[in-house]
Ligand binder design. Structure first.
Ligand code: TYM
Length: 402
């Protein structure tokens, strides 16, 4: 691999003592990563230190490879770059112990390509490790977070998002979707046990809550923590859980890990991804900037338009581009192609051609638009079929009433 990926991450010690890094104090303030806001140019190496996680280093990749006989591109390309206790999960697997997967979605809008990346990797893990999966939809969180959002809107997105989740291809026999407002009775007994062990002062430090935060938000985190322990209740014994997600969700797990052992459970393990960038000048792909996000329901013309308007690392003119080359590292189109559609060799070649002035932005944009349209067209077909399977995926096997 070339030095395309700037993450030559050194081996750091896990540091759960860093649990309560103050969410209000972001490192040097040129980026921000919380469960609700991700902004600026993120320094992922610094985030590992700041959050007290461990880097995904060659040792853990080898441990993975020993079990899976291959290295998934998202690991090889350092898209998943950080973890907590992944080594323990792999160790337990080697000793024949099964683990659950747990991931989720806050249904505040339609699903975009960024959301899909951790889910695609979760499906890979499910297939490889034969794991049961809990998939939580935090409709409560998303209702509480935005004052102007109605329950009806959230209900609509919850259903639409379920179709995307099913379309990813999770195994219907071992995957259960939990919608907080619908399946609360399964979460609540665990959530109140967690809530009782966390002070407001800790919640403020972890999540950045202030006096103007509504009390629903303040009470919410134990609901997202509860599925970490649900597998132990389902299985009737302490059961390990691995959470694949982007790193923005980490504050929830820091809090959960702190109470786990006191409650007689394993600390939940995590594997953290970076963010798929939006197609604008900076920041992650986000539903709140729809013009720079590709949604799973976008029509081909819309995808063409969004990609054609995308920011790139190109020079102002073709002549300058040929002379100085482009800035692939700062180009969302490059990263989007690298993480989603190019294989490692293609991507490394694209990097070299771009930076040496032998590739123009139009070509990359046309590759991205073409591949995204093919991908979304196929996903849409699976979304349609998913309508017949909603009930099968529900935690209680009941239909989801919309
Ligand atoms: P939400 O809906 O914000 O995000 C859903 C998942 O997508 C990840 N993500 C991204 N990944 C890559 N690139 C991006 N641009 C990008 N934007 C979002 C998020 O990290 C997440 O994995 N509170 C949660 C819902 C939830 C959850 C969970 C998520 C409940 N339980 C367990 C992960 C694991 C939320 O609002 O996610």
């Amino acid at each position: 691999m070339t030095d395309v990926d700037s993450n030559n991450i050194s081996n750091e010690d896990d540091n759960d003592n860093n649990n309560f890094v103050n969410a209000n104090k972001q490192p040097e303030d040129n980026y921000k990563v919380t469960p609700w806001e991700v902004e600026g140019q993120i320094d992922y190496n610094r985030l590992i230190k700041e959050f007290g996680t461990q880097p995904i280093n060659s040792e853990i990749i080898r441990q993975f490879e020993k079990i899976t006989n291959e290295i998934h591109p998202m690991l090889k390309l350092h898209y998943f770059f950080s973890h907590r206790d992944l080594d323990l999960i792999l160790h337990k697997t080697e000793n024949g112990e099964k683990f659950y997967l747990y991931t989720g979605r806050g249904p505040s809008g339609m699903v975009h390509m960024g959301h899909l990346l951790p889910w695609i990797f979760t499906k890979y893990l499910q297939d490889k490790f034969g794991s049961k999966l809990l998939f939580q939809l935090t409709d409560d969180e998303k209702f509480l977070y935005a004052q102007d959002r109605t329950r009806e809107e959230i209900k609509h997105y919850t259903y639409e998002n379920i179709l995307d989740i099913i379309a990813v291809g999770f195994n219907p026999n071992v995957t259960k979707i939990i919608i907080d407002s619908v399946h609360i009775k399964y979460l609540y007994p665990i959530a109140i046990e967690i809530a009782k062990r966390i002070t407001f002062s800790t919640a403020k430090a972890v999540f950045g809550f202030s006096s103007s935060t509504n009390i629903g938000m303040i009470g919410f985190p134990p609901i997202q923590a509860a599925p970490c322990f649900l597998p132990s209740l389902i299985e009737g014994k302490a059961t390990p859980v691995l959470i694949p997600a982007a790193i923005d969700q980490d504050p929830y797990w820091r809090m959960t890990r702190d109470v786990a052992e006191r409650m007689g459970f394993y600390k939940p393990a995590q594997i953290h991804s970076k963010f798929l960038p939006g197609l604008g000048t900076s920041g992650k792909m986000s539903s709140s900037k729809p013009e720079t996000a590709i949604f799973t329901t976008d029509e081909p013309e819309v995808i063409d338009k969004k990609v054609s308007n995308a920011f790139t690392g190109g020079q102002a003119t073709v002549a300058l581009q040929r002379l100085f080359g482009g800035n692939a590292i700062g180009c969302p189109v490059f990263w989007y192609l690298r993480y989603f559609f190019d294989n490692e060799e293609e991507s490394d070649e694209r990097f070299l051609k771009c930076t040496s002035g032998n590739l123009l932005c139009g070509e990359c944009k046309s590759d991205l638009a073409r591949e995204s349209k093919i991908f979304i067209t196929n996903l849409k077909k699976r979304r349609e079929k998913a309508k017949d399977y909603v009930e099968k995926f529900m935690y209680d096997n009941q239909p989801y009433e919309i």
